[in-house]
Write a protein that binds this ligand. Structure first.
Ligand SMILES: [Zn+2]
Length: 182
């Protein structure tokens, strides 16, 4: 699928994040798409236990409910590239292990194509995607990159917990005064 189309859906996923009325939503947006006519948008989400269901997991679950098994040419689109590391705050395994079928509740659906607004360059995430069998592209649009970088700021403990999440997301998607993001 062309990068232009993937970026359009990344924008759609970001708007869905902004417009979602789920009071438990996080700040990551995802879209799982397998055909020009078949896709779902999802967000990360805080559970009652205080853990986070990542947006990729929510997207895959939603896709399975709506369409059944994703086709092998599907693309997982995310505002920030999928996690590969151990995390105590996450519900379930890493999103890469999830896509590789290592979670007991999911199969390996052959999803190996990723598209992201920005790369998660967290020091815990440095193993390359290609070494794990994935092909990843990043957004070609500065406006999307800006919105996704703004959203990433939420992971800074100085910011998280001190802001209203809905206002934070709306501001992140507005850009920086020079570039209108989304
Ligand atoms: Zn993840």
């Amino acid at each position: 699928m062309e990068i232009k189309i993937l970026d359009l859906h990344l924008k759609g996923a970001l708007r869905n994040l902004r417009d979602s009325t789920n009071s438990n939503k996080g700040v990551v947006a995802a879209c799982l798409i397998s055909l020009p006519t078949r896709w779902v948008y999802a967000t990360s989400e805080r559970t009652d236990e205080g853990k986070y269901v990542h947006a990729e997991r929510n997207a895959l679950s939603k896709y399975l409910r709506e369409y059944g098994d994703p086709l092998p040419n599907s693309v997982m689109i995310t505002s920030i590239s999928p996690c590969k590391y151990e995390s105590k705050s996450r519900a379930g395994c890493s999103c890469i292990d999830l896509l590789l079928g290592k979670d007991k509740d999911f199969k390996d659906y052959g999803i190996r194509r990723l598209h992201a607004g920005i790369l998660d360059n967290n020091s815990r995430n440095l193993v390359s995607y290609s070494d794990l069998g994935f092909d990843i592209s990043v957004s070609e649009k500065p406006s999307i990159e800006l919105a996704c970088s703004n959203l990433r700021e939420y992971f800074n403990p100085e910011i998280r917990g001190k802001v209203n999440i809905q206002e934070f997301i709306e501001n992140a998607l507005k850009g920086n005064g020079q570039i209108k993001a989304i």
